[in-house]
Design a protein around this ligand. Structure first.
Ligand SMILES: [Fe+2]
Length: 277
C-alpha cells in the first residue's frame, strides 16, 4: 500500500495514511515520511497500538534516536524512550506531572544540538481534554513585521532546561542542573529544509547573549507575543493508537493540561537527534 499524506490544518499538521508502523518502514517509505515531516512540521499516524521497540523503529525512520535529559522518566527496559504520564509513582493523578509540557516550548533547545523531532505514542489517554497544541515558527518569522525582525536578526539567545523558572530544573539529575547556558540564534536555519524560523521560546529561553537582562526580557516578550497568535497554531486531539511526531526546529508545542475527568494519560516518547544516520 502506498503512503498518502493528507494535510489536516492550515498552518501545519498532516496525517500519514497507509503506513504499517508495526513493522520497520522500507527505505522508500522512510524517505517519504521524513519529507512529509519537513513539509508539514507535524505528522499523525493513526490507529496502531505499538510496543516500545516498534515506537523506536518508527522514530528511527526520521533519524538517530537519542536519550532524553530527564533520566528519572526513562523507560526501565528501553532507556531511549521516556514515559510521559500525569501520574505520580503511586499511580495517582498528580498536578505536578500534569503540568509537564504545558507552556510553549521546543524540546532539547537547551542542548548544544537541539532535537530534530519528538515522537509521542499513546498508551493511555483521557476521554476528554489532554490535547496538544503546535505553532509554526516558519510562519511566525515570515510574517513578522520588518521592524521586529530587524531587532532579532543576528542575535543569539541563551537557553537552559526550564528557562528562568528554577523549579522546573529540579526534574533533572543534580549533575545536570547547573549546566552552563547554551546559545542558539534567534533566527535559525533548518538543516534539512534550508528555511529560517524563529527559534526562541517562552519556556526554555533565558535571555539574549551579551544583552542587559531587562532589555532582553522586553524584546523576548515582544517576540513571544508575536509568535503566540492563533493563526500560526494547530491543535491535535488525541485518539487511542495515535503516534504524533513534530519537527522541533521550526515549531513550538504545548500540552494543554486539561483533564476534566482526572483520568490517566501516558505516552511513550522518543527524541530524534538533528543529524543524519
Ligand atoms: Fe515538549
Amino acid at each position: 500500500m502506498t503512503i498518502e499524506v493528507r494535510k489536516l490544518a492550515a498552518p501545519m499538521l498532516a496525517e500519514v495514511v497507509g503506513a504499517d508502523t508495526t513493522k520497520p518502514l522500507s527505505p522508500e517509505d522512510r524517505a517519504t515520511v521524513n519529507q512529509a515531516l519537513i513539509d508539514h512540521c507535524v505528522l499523525v499516524f493513526r490507529g496502531q497500538m505499538l510496543e516500545p521497540q516498534q515506537v523506536l523503529d518508527l522514530a528511527d525512520a526520521f533519524g538517530p534516536v537519542e536519550p532524553h535529559i530527564t533520566v528519572k522518566y526513562r523507560h526501565p527496559d528501553y532507556p531511549d524512550l521516556i514515559v510521559m504520564t500525569n501520574m505520580d509513582e503511586n499511580g495517582e493523578i498528580s498536578e505536578h506531572e500534569t503540568a509537564r509540557g504545558v507552556g510553549w516550548h521546543t524540546d532539547m533547545c537547551y542542548m548544544p544540538l537541539p532535537a530534530k523531532a519528538t515522537l509521542l505514542h499513546t498508551i493511555e489517554i483521557p476521554e476528554e481534554g489532554g490535547d496538544t497544541l503546535f505553532a509554526n515558527m516558519y510562519m511566525a518569522l515570515e510574517e513578522m513585521p520588518q521592524t521586529l525582525r530587524d531587532k532579532v536578526e543576528g542575535l543569539q539567545a541563551t537557553f537552559r532546561y526550564g528557562g528562568r523558572a528554577a523549579d522546573r530544573n529540579l526534574r533533572l539529575e543534580k549533575t545536570d542542573q547547573d549546566k552552563p547556558l547554551q546559545a542558539h540564534p534567534i533566527v535559525k536555519r533548518h538543516r534539512e529544509s534550508g528555511r529560517e524560523s524563529l527559534f526562541v521560546n517562552p519556556t526554555h529561553t533565558v535571555g539574549i547573549a551579551g544583552w542587559d537582562d531587562d532589555a532582553a526580557q522586553d524584546l523576548l516578550a515582544e517576540v513571544y507575543e508575536w509568535g503566540n497568535q492563533e493563526r500560526f497554531q494547530a491543535r491535535h486531539a488525541w485518539r487511542p493508537g495515535d503516534t504524533v511526531i513534530w519537527d522541533n526546529r521550526c515549531s513550538w508545542h504545548s500540552a494543554t493540561g486539561e483533564n476534566p475527568r482526572r483520568q490517566p494519560r501516558r505516552f511513550y516518547r522518543a527524541t530524534i537527534a538533528d543529524r543524519p544516520h
